[in-house]
Ligand binder design. Structure first.
Ligand SMILES: Cc1cc2nc3c(=O)[nH]c(=O)nc-3n(C[C@H](O)[C@H](O)[C@H](O)COP(=O)(O)OP(=O)(O)OC[C@H]3O[C@@H](n4cnc5c(N)ncnc54)[C@H](O)[C@@H]3O)c2cc1C
Length: 461
């Protein structure tokens, strides 16, 4: 047995595990990170495209200005320059009839900047614009709830849609603003997702400064954006990252305390483990199921997944200038201009040849898309662009690829099992991951907050 070479073993190298290990390393501990897959990054990673070898993200990831722990993590590992943060929320939207407009929030204190942006938004009638005022009180309540007040902004058994209707949001404003925002933040349609996590997201976005709602896009393939810099940070401080090997947690006979982690034929003695695996892998993590975790494991087996499908299209010329555009009311709700981001890479070089354009279209809450064939999805994505952007008719589609992530996030529908806290009844075991009870939906920020919290708990133990 390999005893005590490491202070903590972190299992899983997604945002949660890497942020936990980076924080541990910064605090002088020596973490060992064990990752089952050969590539780091978990559900936020990039892979080499089979046809061209170009590095393609497993799906476009968007960060928000209110992702404070994520930005702290990126600064800690020296990777803050790998994302480009706008100063405030500004989005180009093309509605189902093909009308283009721009929602641009001026630099006013929130939520006034949203109110002012919507009042100026040409996509809406005056009645639609004015209905935003009815959200002032729910937003204020959401911010008070976030600050620990007794008020509840939304009830746990109502959906986002019911909450928006109850608060007087018109069908057009729901379709153009709230539905795309809810789908992007929750990865579930407003008619299915529960309202409280959405109210929480709005409180974070519109609660601090105007930058809270601004969008940040990675400018490098995802694993290079944060996972490899995190590995370098951890290893520079005496930790280690081992990829390509699944870990099993070994406990004492009654399952009351962690004693070791098994990785292949290697048994690493340790009294401290951070589990940073996704909810669907948690039940298989133990050599024998600790009795105190039975209820948590049972709940993870009842958590429903929510998929994301991405379609990547390469054209012989650029088809739009913006970094991204919203396509509300369509099956693919956002189109990202990967060439404009400078995010394409092929062994360090641009994946799209000069003059070509790489566009990534995203379908969130994509249950209905999973079973469709690649050809069908590529055709559907191309058709959406042809309809929304007449200029794209002049461009030749060179090729397309599809990425399906059936378990991209967990469902936030009312009635889903409660999420567990970080601390467990097993001595030495702390939980991290986007699915831990952070109050946030399954996002990078939820993963990183849980990772940082787990690191602090492990150090304190
Ligand atoms: C296509 C897509 C688009 C998304 N878009 C956004 C977005 O725009 N904004 C946003 O904030 N969030 C987005 N998300 C969600 C975000 O990616 C996740 O919330 C986040 O990456 C979860 O990180 P994690 O570390 O908790 O889990 P994971 O990334 O799942 O990492 C867990 C790791 O544990 C490993 N593992 C499992 N079992 C074992 C074992 N026994 N031993 C060793 N390793 C193990 C897994 O291989 C995995 O690498 C998106 C997700 C997807 C899939």
């Amino acid at each position: 047995m390999d005893v005590n070479r490491f202070d903590v073993v972190v299992i899983g190298a997604g945002f949660a595990g890497l942020s936990a290990a980076a924080r541990l390393a910064s605090r002088g501990a020596r973490p060992l990170v064990v990752e089952a897959r050969s590539r780091l990054g978990g559900r936020a990673t990039a892979f080499a495209d089979r046809e061209t070898g170009a590095l393609v993200d497993n799906g476009q990831h968007v960060l928000l200005g209110c992702y404070r722990e994520t930005f702290a993590f990126l600064r800690e590992i020296g990777a803050a320059d790998n994302v480009r943060l706008d100063r405030q929320l500004a989005v180009t939207m093309i509605d189902r009839e093909g009308r283009k407009s721009r929602l641009s929030c001026p630099p006013l204190p929130p939520p006034l900047h949203l109110l002012a942006g919507v009042l100026e938004w040409s996509a809406l009638s005056w009645r639609d614009r004015l209905s935003i005022a009815a959200m002032a009180t729910p937003l204020k309540n959401a911010r008070r709830e976030l600050a620990g007040g007794p008020v509840k902004a939304a009830s746990a058994d109502e959906t986002v849609e019911q909450w928006l209707v109850r608060n007087g949001q018109t069908p057009r404003l729901r379709e153009m603003l709230w539905h795309p925002l809810a789908l992007a933040a929750l990865n579930q349609p407003a008619e299915r997702a529960a309202a409280p996590p959405f109210a929480r997201v709005l409180a974070e976005m519109f609660g601090g400064d105007a930058e809270g709602a601004a969008i940040a896009l990675p400018i490098a393939p995802l694993h290079a954006m944060y996972a490899e810099p995190a590995r370098a940070h951890i290893e520079r401080r005496g930790g280690e990252v081992r990829a390509g090997a699944a870990a099993t947690v070994v406990t004492d006979v009654d399952g009351g305390a962690v004693t070791a982690v098994r990785v292949g034929s290697d048994t690493i003695g340790t009294a401290r483990v951070v589990s940073a695996v996704p909810w669907f892998a948690f039940g298989d993590l133990f050599d024998r199921e600790p009795p105190s975790l039975r209820a948590t494991i049972d709940r993870t087996r009842r958590m429903a997944p929510s998929p994301i499908v991405s379609v990547n299209l390469w054209f012989d010329r650029p088809i739009f200038d913006e970094p991204f555009i919203g396509l509300p009311g369509r099956a693919m709700q956002w189109a990202f201009n990967k060439s404009a981001e400078g995010g394409d890479a092929h062994g360090g070089h641009e994946a799209a040849a000069p003059g070509e354009a790489h566009v990534s279209l995203v379908s969130s809450g994509a249950d209905a898309m999973l079973a469709r064939t690649n050809e069908d999805l590529i055709r559907a994505a191309h058709d959406e662009l042809l309809h929304a952007l007449p200029a794209s008719r002049a461009a030749r589609l060179l090729r397309g690829t599809v990425v399906r992530e059936p378990r991209a996030t967990f469902s936030l529908a009312p009635g889903q099992p409660p999420r567990p806290p970080a601390e467990t009844g097993v001595k030495g075991l702390v939980l991290a991951g986007d699915w831990i009870d952070t109050g946030l939906p399954a996002t990078i920020e939820s993963a990183v907050r849980s990772g940082h919290h787990a690191a602090e708990l492990s150090i304190a133990h």
